[in-house]
Design a protein around this ligand. Structure first.
Ligand code: AVJ
Length: 341
């Protein structure tokens, strides 16, 4: 680890809230990743950079859109089955969440676990400090039985740090939550690597609850990533705003447009930022000028869609068994319980 700090916070229940920062040894900076991504062919930026303060709020707004069914479908699963999910592993649980964001739908699961065991250690990991602080405050106010140890970190760095720590007294099992189809952002190889990192933290019988979007009709998928109100377009274009603000860019946002397409073969939605014309984009802060042809794009996100067989196969290759899959009534989304072998 390059650095680890435990921050003082103004949380209302200070003693029940700890905030930790983990900088992985391999973590490149935003500046380095933008330089590398925009000088590559084809051009690419990593979706983790969507989530600055504004981007995190835009994603929350996306969750409210009629076309973006993922969040609602997963919440429906938790409303209908949280008790079953919380009871699927035996023993007292602690809950670790990867990419907790605002942790809204997680509440349904936390409540079900608290109902079973009376109290709970909850360890959210997220790269957005603002999202994790806000949600931590709100959770502690709502649940006096909760202790929160929040990690502002990339998953890998936090998982590795957690590996070295003993289980708190009275806790027998770890349940890791990776919800919202965030795993869909990872390419097949990265996806397996992350699951192996999770597996390394777990003991046989521990669980990973994995939320994934399911394969479906292309028109439905495309609408979810190209909504009529243009919120997803704003979410995507916000990356350019962030480059302007943090890296001294002078990108004219009006010269780019949001694009979503479905790659059926790979089973993934792709989001791109497309240059409307040929141009030279000044990134003075980086001492760089980036040339774009008309219609050239920056690939900003892949969002993979899955079927159950793929999840069973992924589980088998990473040291888990797929014990059970819950779906919403429209069979749009899947919550898969993987149990460590
Ligand atoms: C948060 C990664 C699950 O891929 O659906 C929403 C992000 N991108 N609209 C997704 C997103 C465009 C979202 N995940």
């Amino acid at each position: 680890m390059l650095s680890e700090t435990v921050a003082e916070t103004a949380a209302p229940a200070g003693s029940r809230f700890q905030l930790r920062f983990e900088a992985g040894p391999q973590a490149a900076s935003f500046a380095e990743d933008v330089r590398r991504g925009l000088t590559a062919a084809p051009k690419v930026l990593q979706p983790k950079y969507f989530y600055d303060a504004l981007g995190s709020r835009l994603f929350e707004a996306i969750s409210e859109l009629p076309e973006y069914y993922l969040t609602r479908a997963e919440a429906e699963i938790f409303r209908d089955h949280a008790g079953e999910i919380a009871g699927a592993l035996d023993g007292r649980l602690r809950v670790i969440e990867l990419g907790s964001g605002d942790a809204q739908k997680t509440r349904l699961l936390l409540e079900a676990v608290i109902a079973r065991q009376g109290e709970l250690d909850y360890l959210p990991i997220d790269i957005s400090r603002s999202a994790i602080e806000q949600s931590g405050d709100r959770l502690l106010l709502a649940y006096p039985e909760l202790r929160v140890t929040a990690y502002v970190a990339e998953y890998q760095a936090a998982l590795r740090s957690l590996c070295g720590e003993p289980l708190p007294p009275g806790v027998h099992r770890t349940l890791v939550l990776f919800l919202g189809s965030t795993i869909g952002n990872l390419d097949p190889q990265e996806r397996a690597e992350l699951l192996r990192d999770v597996r390394a933290l777990l003991r046989p019988g521990d669980g990973l609850l994995l939320g994934t979007d399911l394969k479906k009709e292309e028109a439905v998928l495309l609408a979810a990533y190209d909504d009529a109100l243009g919120v997803t377009a704003a979410f995507n274009l916000n990356l350019l705003l962030r480059i302007n603000r943090e890296l001294g860019g002078e990108i004219d946002l009006a010269t780019f447009r949001h694009r979503a397409r479905y790659d059926r073969e790979r089973g993934r939605i792709e989001m791109h930022l497309e240059s409307r014309r040929e141009q030279l984009v000044p990134l003075s802060g980086l001492g760089l000028e980036v040339g774009f042809a008309a219609g050239e794009t920056i690939h900003t996100e892949s969002s993979y869609k899955f079927d159950r067989d793929q999840i069973a196969d992924l589980a088998a290759r990473t040291g888990f068994d797929l014990r059970r899959t819950w779906t919403d009534s429209g069979r749009r989304f899947g919550s898969h319980l993987l149990v460590a072998r």
